[in-house]
Ligand binder design. Structure first.
Ligand code: ADP
Length: 923
């Protein structure tokens, strides 16, 4: 019991092993040794065995103090591999560099009740020499233990310390061995890496001039290791002669410290092959700064050098191409700043490259394009709406000296390094423009030169065939027919070629108006009816809509119809039918021309719209035609923003169709209305002499509906003035005028030579009385109409009056006497003609006489007929009959413009009669 009480008392004072302040560093040093939990090793066991025997103790240990335990790397006389740290003696021993020495644990209050003392292994004596890690941390002890108390001499403790030092040496050895292993591993890895990367490693002892190469170095230089001199000169001997000086210099500069060694050179292999090597190295120096060693690497860069040189030569080729190309190339960035330009662009604009590089491309454009350019570019970048990019167009360029020139510009877009760039290819087209001008002048000359003689040939033949045919012998008639047919063909060909020329040059003028396609189709059927019946083909109009408003040029559309209908007729069998229909198709109208003829051969289909394309070349003679019609037709339809196409089955016939966009319905005007505007209104003018403005207005409206324009005079005096000024074709006269009695005024007019023949319609409240007064009088009055006016009667009177006019007097201004001869023969039955061949004579005639019409050629020996047009100022209707097609401005000033060779005798005659308002029978 006493022992228990004693034990309890001691328990209160037992000291646990504490944790030292530097525990973290200590544990890290212990772990760094990588020794914990490793198997026992003889080199440690040898020491504990010596200690056990030398001190004659049952237990000797190499104990390592870990976080919560002490672990024994070597143990003699103890089974346990580890024990808890807090009850350990060693836990105390690591607090000091001195040996921790307990002679009798039972007599020591700190350990008397320690379980290792009270129980197995029953420690009484303990002496532990602290063990240091190579870094100096106390990580454990070499300790000896006895189960009996004992004293130790200082010699004993010194031996224990010596043995502990031996253990520490082993720790160092472990660390060293670890490092050696690591270096070995590293070296192997490095060797593996350099070998697999084909990197050669060299080591040059500068002082002793000893050069050591690894295996790869020998391979790189193609040298047998046994034949290598192992010195600097041996290396230099392998360098390509052209690179040797440079390679040597690089080494020397590295040695002097002027430049890091990093170079490239060629080596010549013993078999003569050349290899490019890259070389780098480090210089090791002594304490005095003198170079001792150079360690470096070499590796093969032949492949990348070849690729680089290939790249270089490719770049050189591209550069040469860009530099020598005749077109200018300018690259700009998204801000419009010029990045680069080739020599052609530079010389085109007259700048030096550094004068434009980095500047905005605006400097190469005149106003207003320069100011608009930023906006355009921004617009494109934000909205992606392209105006030029990928399209190309003709623009104006500005040179350094401020002069401008026309140029073609094509712009491409690209991305370089994530940045948007634009490439402009520019070409000066001044010369091309000049040639185009020459060409168009040439064409205009040819058209004049060819059309004029052709018109007279055609006109003369037609007259001959019409008037004198029956008096000719059969053979002569056949010859004439042949000549006429061929002149028609030649005419067709010339007209088509000229049209085509104009289309190409973009000069084919279009006069877009709101039209009804149904009307145009009906008119086309009428126009081409003659041609169809000549070929014994029936033309049928299958009108599926009542109205088809489109915006189109009437004349050009009729040309399209004529081509499609004539083709359909030409290729129809005798007795066949050609059907023309107008169909509504969503937002378009579609015209179809269907025949049941030969159809389009399969092999011809991809060429059908090409120029001079004919399925059967003998068609030119057999069926007549040029092979140009469809290509002109297509161009015309495309200018109308329409589409043309066909469907065909060989032997079954074809359907050619075109589609035009629908115009707003309200815009559709009847064709007849427009014809009124352009023909009658210009030529027939009446005077209404009526003092009541309301009545005058009603009369004017009625008259206008019959296509007659009129002026109103409220008094006889005003009427007199107007009659002197204008050439009226009719007078509507009231008998009660404020200043003069109507009948008196009528007599006055008849007495005056200029108005003696003027048709007069009396419209008056006293018409009947007036007529009674005039009865038997020689004065002619077309009709006496009583107010209120009977509309029908007035209409009849108007027609009567207009056809009662005297034979019209026409002035024909034309320098080609053959044409004069033809028109004279054509018109002599219906009009009096005066001919002049130049402007001067025309002016004389116009000053001396009043004419009802002027037929005017434009190209005259002493100037252009247009000059005369200005002088005539609407005095009488003018018909231009010329080889040139006048501009729209000029056409607007005249009754009509006919083109020689496009107009045959019948058309000319019909047009003139219409304008003069002559009934057909009058001729
Ligand atoms: P051409 O003046 O020869 O008629 P086009 O350009 O109008 O010239 O037509 C070219 C060719 O297309 C014709 O020569 C003919 O071979 C073929 N072709 C055109 N329309 C028809 C059709 N309706 N039926 C058969 N072949 C046609």
């Amino acid at each position: 019991m006493g022992l228990v009480t004693e034990s309890k008392r001691l328990d209160l004072i037992m000291k646990k092993a504490e944790i030292p302040a530097n525990e973290l560093a200590r544990i890290s040093a212990l772990c760094g040794l990588e020794i914990l939990d490793t198997p026992s090793e003889e080199r440690f066991d040898r020491i504990t065995r010596i200690a056990q025997r030398h001190f004659n103790v049952p237990i000797a240990l190499v104990s390592l103090v870990d976080r919560g335990r002490q672990w024994f790397k070597s143990r003699q006389g103890l089974d346990a591999a580890e024990t808890p740290r807090d009850v350990s003696f060693c836990g105390h021993a690591i607090f000091s560099d001195d040996i921790f020495y307990i002679p009798d644990a039972l007599a020591d209050a700190r350990f008397a009740d320690n379980p290792l003392v009270t129980g197995a292994p029953h420690v009484r004596f303990y002496a532990g020499a602290p063990l240091h890690s190579p870094e100096g941390q106390r990580i454990g002890t070499l300790c000896i233990i006895d189960q009996l108390p004992r004293e130790s001499t200082s010699t004993d403790l010194a031996v224990l310390r010596d043995l502990a030092d031996c253990v520490e040496e082993e720790f160092k050895r472990s660390k060293l061995l670890g490092a050696v292993e690591q270096v070995k591993g590293l070296t192997t890895r490095l060797q593996l890496a350099t070998e697999s990367a084909n990197v050669g490693v060299w080591d040059w002892d500068v002082v002793g001039n000893e050069l050591v190469w690894d295996k790869v170095m020998y391979q790189l230089y193609g040298i047998d290791p046994n034949k290598f001199g192992g010195a600097y000169a041996a290396w230099l001997a392998g360098i390509h002669p052209e690179d040797a000086v440079r390679a040597n210099e690089a080494i020397q500069m590295a040695l002097t410290g002027d430049k890091q060694y990093d170079t490239e050179f060629r080596v010549v292999l013993p078999n003569g092959n050349v290899r490019w090597l890259k070389a780098t190295a480090m210089v090791q120096r002594g304490a005095d700064g003198k170079p001792l060693k150079m360690i470096g690497t070499n590796w093969d860069i032949t492949e990348s050098k070849c690729a680089q040189s290939e790249l270089q030569s490719r770049e050189n080729r591209i550069r040469a191409l860009v530099d020598t190309i005749v077109d200018g190339i300018i690259v700009i960035d998204a801000k419009g700043d010029i990045q680069t330009a080739n020599p052609a662009a530079i010389s085109l604009f007259g700048y030096a490259i550094d004068e434009i590089q980095g500047k905005n491309v605006k400097m190469l454009m005149p106003e207003p394009y320069a100011s608009e350019h930023d906006g355009y570019l921004n617009n494109y970048l934000t909205s992606n709406i392209k105006k030029i990019i990928g399209i190309g167009r003709e623009v104006t360029g500005k040179r350094k000296d401020g002069t401008t020139f026309p140029m073609d510009l094509a712009v491409g877009e690209m991305e370089v390094g994530g940045e948007r760039m634009f490439t402009g290819i520019v070409r000066d087209v001044t010369e091309r423009k000049r040639l185009e001008q020459l060409k168009s002048e040439f064409i205009s000359t040819v058209s004049h030169e060819l059309r004029t003689p052709l018109t007279s040939i055609r006109g003369a033949l037609s007259l001959l065939m019409g008037k004198a045919a029956e008096h000719l012998p059969e053979k002569a008639r056949r010859m004439l027919e042949m000549a006429e047919r061929n002149s028609e063909r030649l005419t067709l060909l010339i007209n088509d070629i000229l049209d085509l020329e104009k289309i190409e040059a973009g000069r084919l003028e279009f006069d877009f108006k709101d039209l009804d396609l149904v009307d145009v189709a009906a008119r086309a059927l009428e126009d081409n009816g003659g041609y169809a019946s000549k070929h014994q083909v029936q033309l049928v109009f299958d009108q599926q809509v009542t109205q088809a408003p489109v915006r189109a040029d009437e004349h050009r559309l009729l040309q399209v119809f004529a081509n499609l209908i004539s083709n359909a007729v030409k290729y129809s069998p005798t007795g066949g039918t050609v059907t023309v229909s107008v169909v509504a198709h969503d937002d378009k109208f579609c015209v179809e021309v269907r025949d049941h003829g030969s159809g389009i051969p399969q092999e011809f289909r991809n060429r059908i719209f090409q120029r001079f394309a004919q399925a059967d070349s003998s068609d030119t003679r057999g069926k007549g035609g040029t092979g140009l019609g469809l290509s002109i037709t297509k161009a015309i339809i495309e200018r109308h923003e329409g589409q043309i196409g066909y469907e065909s089955e060989s032997g079954m016939g074809s359907v050619f169709y075109f589609k035009l966009p629908r115009a707003g319905a309200g815009q559709c005007r009847r064709l007849e209305d427009q014809q009124h505007d352009t023909t009658t209104s210009i030529c027939v003018r009446a005077l209404i002499c009526e003092d009541n403005p309301d009545v005058a207005q009603i009369l004017a409206e009625m008259v206008r509906q019959d296509g007659v324009t009129c002026d109103v005079a409220g008094t006889a005096a005003i009427a007199r003035g107007l009659l002197a000024e204008h050439d009226y074709r009719l007078l509507l006269l009231d008998l009660t005028l404020p200043d003069t009695d109507g009948l008196t005024f009528l007599r006055e007019l008849r007495g005056n030579e200029a108005t003696a023949q003027l048709p007069v319609i009396v419209v008056s409240g006293q018409a009947l009385e007036g007529r009674a007064t005039f009865n038997g009088n020689a004065v002619t009055v077309v009709d006496w109409i009583q107010k209120p006016v009977d509309r029908m009667r007035l209409g009849r009177a108007l027609q009567d009056a207009l056809h009662r006019v005297k034979r019209p007097h026409i002035l024909h201004v034309e320098d080609d006497t053959d044409i004069l001869e033809v028109t004279r023969t054509l018109l002599e039955d219906m009009a009096d003609l005066t001919y002049v061949t130049n402007l001067r004579e025309a002016r004389q005639q116009l000053a001396a006489q009043i004419f009802d019409m002027v037929i005017l050629d434009l190209g005259l020996p002493d100037g252009s007929g247009i000059e005369l047009l200005e002088e005539l100022q609407g005095r009488c209707p003018v018909v231009i009959f010329s080889a040139q097609i006048p501009s729209r401005d000029v056409t607007a000033q005249v009754a009509t413009a006919l083109t020689k060779s496009m107009t045959n005798n019948e058309e000319l005659l019909g047009t003139i009669k219409k304008i003069l308002n002559l009934k057909d029978t009058a001729a």
